[in-house]
Design a protein around this ligand. Structure first.
Ligand code: HEC
Length: 164
């Protein structure tokens, strides 16, 4: 268990460095914002969902928010990292009650959970202070309709309505 944790921490550290890096590129300058966007734009086009799901293909804003803020831990494939970051693909919590998903993303999550038969006991920071309600709505709609997930989108009003 402790060695697993250690791996988790090392991975989290590396991934944090990566995401911090991509974040600073996006926010620091508006004139050279093309590099991070190219990877975000490539993702929906290359996704197998693009052909079959118009909703997912149209949600380029959600894909972009995801690739910038979430993929470092949950991976671009939505598969996560076993034992450290839970998968969002094929995860019934993600496709279930929208209010619960909004609460998790807005206010963070910690404590033991089991996803697809594997245990996680980590901590996800809250996103409500760094992302706008519109970004949160877009990214939740994206994760609920990507990688084979097929749940309804959420609106900005839905996100706004969920209180701590
Ligand atoms: C620093 C790593 C990290 C980042 C970045 C991250 N998450 Fe998480 N996320 C986690 C961890 C760890 C958990 C599980 C927490 C626990 O064990 O209680 C989690 C849990 C979740 C869950 C709940 C899964 C379940 O089965 O209950 C959702 C939904 C989620 N994240 C969505 C997102 C979205 C959307 C983003 C981007 C806005 C994001 N996460 C960014 C680490 C991260």
């Amino acid at each position: 268990m402790s060695s697993l944790r250690k791996i988790g921490f090392v991975a989290a550290g590396l991934l944090f460095a990566l995401s911090a890096c991509s974040k600073s590129t996006t926010s620091s300058s508006s004139s050279t914002g093309t590099a991070p966007q190219s990877s975000a734009a490539a993702s929906p086009a290359g996704s197998p969902m693009a052909a079959t799901s118009p909703a997912a293909a149209a949600n380029t804003a959600g894909a972009s928010v995801y690739n910038t803020n979430c993929a470092s831990c949950h991976q671009a494939t939505g598969e996560g990292v076993a034992g450290a970051f839970p998968p969002l693909a094929g995860n019934p919590t993600v496709t279930g009650n929208a209010t619960k998903v909004i609460h998790i993303v807005k206010y963070g999550l910690k404590g033991a959970i089991t996803v697809k038969g594997k245990s996680y006991n980590g901590m996800m920071p809250p996103w409500g202070s760094t992302l706008s309600n519109a970004d949160i709505a877009a990214v939740i709609s994206y994760v609920r309709s990507s990688w084979g997930n097929a749940a309804s989108p959420v609106t900005v009003a839905d996100v706004k309505a969920v209180a701590k």
